[in-house]
Design a binder for this molecule. Sequence first.
Ligand code: NAP
Length: 336
Amino acid sequence: MLVWRLGKTGGLEVLRLGEEAGKRPEPGEVRVRMRAAALNYRDLMVVEGRYGRGTVPPDLVPLSDGAGEVVETGAGVTRFKPGERVAGTFFQGWIGGEISPVDHARALGGAIDGVLAEERLFREDGLVAIPDHLSFEEAATLPCAALTAWNALFTARRLRPGETVLVLGTGGVSTFALQFAHAAGARVIATSSSDAKLERMRALGATDLINYRSHPEWEKEVWRLSSGRGVDHVVEVGGAGTLPRSVASARHGGAVHLIGVLTGGEIDPTAILRRSVTVRGVFVGSREMFEAMNRMIAFSGLRPVIDRVFSFAEAKDAYRHLKAAGHVGKVVIRIA
Ligand SMILES: NC(=O)c1ccc[n+]([C@@H]2O[C@H](COP(=O)([O-])OP(=O)(O)OC[C@H]3O[C@@H](n4cnc5c(N)ncnc54)[C@H](OP(=O)(O)O)[C@@H]3O)[C@@H](O)[C@H]2O)c1
């Protein structure tokens, strides 16, 4: 089988394709024929050596997000049968409850081998069934970006119909957050560097659009659009550089779901306490959250937004496309 591996990390040139022998599943394991994988901003950080503070091992198989078909099960496996369509969970051991340090150390495509390979063995508890109406390419987008947006909006601080959600930019997490919030009956304000991308967000259900290039003080636009109330939820993917404006966009008692690290900067915490804003760290999600999200996706018929699909051989081009940041939604690699 063909497998992409990173050498030491430090740029795309370390990514190489090689032939390896497939392995039979041990007891409790499931052999999955990978059919598609999807990229996240994190995968750029991994390949460039900007992720994990030395926890990324050499010769890593990259990418956390993939979907495929079960081809063989080891002794004792009860959750899956050959032929079933599955996706791996981002944190292989995080089933439910709160995340633990042990779960942290089992993240696909970071601490342990990921999914950019024709086949992969998973522990049976590290897989979920994917919704029937989704293609493998669509289902491959769910494990990180979709689940992070879901965890932000529907777990500890639940979105309610009629509330307002602010999403920053038009990448994978933000696009899923928009789709989920819209489906849940919330009003969505979207920001982007591009008017053309904002029109895509309008087509997905955003009712209010802000170009953060032409409105560098975009929190003032949020304030104006929300009639001086502020928003109930901010899906904060920008990091330290956008956090002060995200806090300023939230209503008194609102929530800022802290997800991303796209920009650097400093924050004065005073505004957080003065307006009683809850700033909540979100790190992908558990398998139970993934299964709950998939029930919603299956019931609603929601389809992930895919910007472009690359072939397995074009994996490096997929990374370059993500890095160029011209995309809306997800960048996918078809494996077979
Ligand atoms: N905590 C977690 O569990 C978790 C999970 C997934 C992702 N993340 C993080 O969340 C962030 C987004 O990830 P992703 O995979 O969705 O990224 P992505 O698909 O690469 O999207 C990046 C987009 O963010 C927007 N952006 C860049 N700088 C911005 C700024 N200053 N203000 C507003 N928007 C900006 C741009 O959209 P426009 O071109 O429209 O402006 C850009 O295309 C990354 O930092 C990633 O590491 C964290």
